[in-house]
Each structure stands twice: as C-alpha cells, then as structure tokens.
Design a binder for this molecule. Structure first.
Ligand code: GLY
Ligand code: MN
Ligand code: MN
Length: 467
C-alpha cells in the first residue's frame, strides 16, 4: 500500500513536471494571475447565473491597421478575467449546471484555434487544446472546428446569456476556426439575437467592480510604475523639449518595468494643449512659460493605472499657475476625503465642483458659480481596472472598489477672463482604493504639492537634456 502511494505521488509529480516542461516557452511571466483566480471568478459568475442557463463569451476581434498589418491584439477584458487566455479566435461557454455532451461531462468549455507549427513560426506559440486544462485550469478544451458539430442543443436552456457580439471580426474564407465563424455558428444554434446583452454585462460588472487581492497586486504594480514615470518626467522636463520626448521617457519607464501596453494613449499636453482633456498627438515643442498636463497609465498583466500630474515646464509655478493648481489640489483633497464605503460615487465630484466654483469666482475667472463647467467640464471619478474607464453598475462605494479622483481646470486661449489665465490647464488625478474604513491613495508616491514638485524638478535625470 505504501509503495502504491509512493508511486502515485511520483507519477502525479512527474506528470505536473512534464506539463510544465511542455509549456515552458508558452509564457515567461511568473506573476500572472494564477489559474485558481480565474477559476474562482468563473465559479462566482456561475453562482449568479439563473438555473438552466448558459453564458457565452467571445475573445476580442483582431483589427486590421493597414495592408497586411494588424493592430497589436488585446484580449477582451471579461474574457481575460474569466480565462487568463490572451489568444485571439476563441470562445468560452460556462454552464450553470454540469452537462453531458456526447459523453463528456463538463460545466465549462474553452474553444480555441488548433496548434499550427507552420503559422507559429511567424506569429508565436499557441497553447493548443491539450494545454487548456493544465495551463488554464478550465475543465474542457475543444477546437473551434468542433463547435459546429457539437452535440449541444442550446434550445434546452431557459436562458442563453452573452455580451454584445464582437464587432468587425474578419472571416477567412471557408474557415470554421475564426471568431467570425464562432459567432455565426453560435447565433444559428440559439436562433437569433433574442437575449439582452445587458444582463451578463451587469453580472460581470458586479464582479469586476470589487477587486480581489490578486488583482490589487497587479494594480499596485501598474500604478507604482506610473508614479515612477511621473517622477522621472518631473526631473527631465525643460523648455525646448518636445511633448513626444516626454512621452518617450514615461513609456520607457513603463516598458522597462514590464508593462505590456499603455492603458490608454499617453496625454502629454503643454501650454495650449494642457487645456485639451484627452490630447494625444504630443507633437509640440514646450515653451518656458507652459503648464504641462501628463495623464498616463501603464497596463500590467491587463490592469491599468490612471495618474495625472501637472507641472510648469520651467520648473517654477507662476503666480497664476500656482493659484489654479492649489484650487485643483484643494478640490481633490476634499474629494478624496469622501471616498469611503457607503458613500455615493458622486460625492467626490460634488464636493470638488463646489470648491472649484467658489475658487474660480473668487479669482474673478467666472462671474457666477453656475459657470464652473466652462473650465471644469468633466466628472472627477470613474472605476479603474481591466479597462481604464472600468465597468460600473452601482453607485454606492464599497470596499474593494478602485476609483479615480481627478478634478481639473482648463482655461483655453480666448476665454472670457483676464488673458493672464489663458492656456493654463491643470488636472490632478489619483487612484483610490476603497477600504473597510475609508480609502487608500494607491498613487500617493507621485508628488502632488507645489513644493515637492518644484524640488523634484530641480533634480537630475539621465533624460534631462538641455535644448
Ligand atoms: N486618462 C483618462 C482619464 O483620466 O479618464
Ligand atoms: Mn487619466
Ligand atoms: Mn481618469
């Protein structure tokens, strides 16, 4: 008996090793979300699904950039959350109850493209069907080409849930293995577009709005490197530099620290461009008197940061820049104070708007507080996570939410106020975790006060090049 147990353990151990060996070049990162995380998320969703239901998810489509060149593929966030799988042309089916499909007992199936050594020489390794269970921990893996003939009658389910179908999936002629075919076959099997995609969207949003500890580890990493990038930018900026050079410094920091992508196009707006909320062309040469808005976010293993710092290009705030900056700072501090469980999502916005309205009136920039939205034209907050503007279905803050608090003032040239205020744009944005007792500012590492910013801007950096 002892010998039997020993042999059993050896076989179990070596089979794990064989599979680790087999997939050793499939992915290199050692801090990816573990398969147990994704399994837990699928279980949490399954609990929310109604009896006799099935939920179907599709990967993101590949998008063509030009000619035979595609945009870098980025997985659909819900699909990634439930699988950790980052390949294209795939579909996940989650059943509420275990099914017997032609003798296979399962409660979940991931459909993927077959391995193809010829193609893999060009485009990199694919997991292959046999890797679905050992690598991803999903009970059943099948090939896309198996879906059409699958002995599964969708009509037996009381509810068939899906999200909005992926837009723009391109069909390879005659293929049953691409995303277009999967969607097409699925629509035929369940007979039309009768379900409302909002129901599953809501379930997924409920899950994604409360970050698990594994997600927070990755978010902290993304936010940390984003703060480091802001600091490096502060040390490097000098008049004569181009906005795209600022972008290159911060994106170097991201890449150097292992970020796969930017969570959104980096906003590096100087002078007149500091007043364009989502400016992203970044082509201007920076002038001595320019104010600069740097709104950036590294994405790390799917999770995005979103941090904004504003600074004077020459390292010293003018009196006008100081007045506007301090007003935004005060509004943000008040907003952050209101971030706690049980509070309304809208409270920080309301408080920040009030402070900015009063302040702008006092400075003579607006005549009536009702005009505040002329210069502060957005809300202070959104959820943050797998999407930079992350999903949301409820408006009471709870522990585990991560939201931004980002008031701003933008006074473009030609505004109806003293021209001394023109072309000053300031936004201060932090990422805030709601905790059991209040909140934690995850991006506190990036300096926020005028004194600390000015001091840091005097420091040196390998990127500080006099122009
Ligand atoms: N970076 C976009 C935003 O702050 O919402
Ligand atoms: Mn931002
Ligand atoms: Mn934001």
């Amino acid at each position: 008996m002892r010998l039997f147990i020993y042999l059993f353990i050896v076989v179990l151990y070596s089979s794990g090793n064989i599979s680790a060996q087999k997939y050793k070049y499939y992915r290199y990162d050692t801090d990816l979300l573990p398969k147990e995380f994704h399994k837990g998320r699928r279980e949490a969703l399954r609990k929310m699904l109604p009896d006799k239901s099935v939920a179907v998810f599709f990967s993101a489509p590949v998008r063509n950039r030009s000619g035979d060149d595609d945009y870098t593929f980025h997985q659909e966030p819900d699909f990634y959350y439930l699988t950790g799988f980052v390949e294209e042309n795939s579909m996940l089916i989650i059943f509420k109850e275990e099914q017997n499909i032609g003798g296979i007992k399962t409660n979940e199936i991931l459909f993927i493209e077959d391995k193809d050594p010829g193609k893999e020489v060009w485009t990199g390794r694919r997991l292959g069907k046999d890797g679905v269970t050992p690598v991803l921990g999903i009970k059943t893996g099948m090939l896309n080409t198996d879906f059409d003939d699958l002995k599964l009658d969708f009509k037996k389910f009381d509810k068939i849930l899906h999200l909005k179908f992926p837009q723009g999936a391109v069909h390879e002629h005659g293929s049953k293995a691409d995303l277009y075919s999967l969607v097409d076959q699925f629509k035929k099997k369940y007979d039309g577009d009768k379900e409302d995609p909002f129901e599953l969207f809501e379930d997924m949003a409920k899950l994604r709005m409360i970050k698990q500890k594994e997600e927070l580890t990755l978010m902290r990493k993304a936010i940390d490197m984003t703060c480091d990038a802001e600091k490096e930018v502060m040390k490097s900026i000098v008049p004569g530099m181009y906005e795209y050079q600022v972008q290159s410094i911060l994106e170097f920091e991201f890449k150097w620290n292992g970020s796969e992508y930017v969570g959104f196009p980096s906003i590096c707006g100087g002078g007149e461009n500091s007043c364009i909320l989502h400016y992203e062309s970044n082509r201007k040469k920076l002038n001595d008197k320019d104010m600069m808005v740097v709104d950036i976010g590294a994405e790390y293993h799917g999770y995005s940061a979103d941090v904004t710092r504003s600074m004077p290009v020459n390292g010293k705030f003018s009196e006008e820049q100081k007045a506007i900056y301090n007003l935004v700072f005060k509004a943000q501090a008040e907003g952050i104070k209101l971030c706690k469980p049980g509070a309304s999502f809208f409270e920080p916005n309301k408080a920040a708007k009030k402070i900015i309205a009063e302040g702008l009136k006092e400075l003579g920039i607006i005549k009536s507080e009702d005009d505040v939205s002329k210069y502060f034209m957005h809300g202070t907050s959104h959820h943050l996570g797998l999407d930079v503007h992350d999903v949301q279905t409820s408006y009471e803050l709870v522990s585990g939410n991560v939201i931004t608090v980002e008031p701003g003032i933008y006074i473009p040239e030609g505004s109806d106020c003293d021209p001394k205020w023109w072309n000053i744009g300031v936004r201060i944005e932090d990422d805030v975790l709601i905790t059991d007792n209040g909140c934690e500012v995850l991006s506190a590492k990036a300096p926020r006060t005028i004194e600390v910013i000015e001091a840091l801007m005097k420091e040196n950096s390998i990127f500080k090049i006099q122009h």
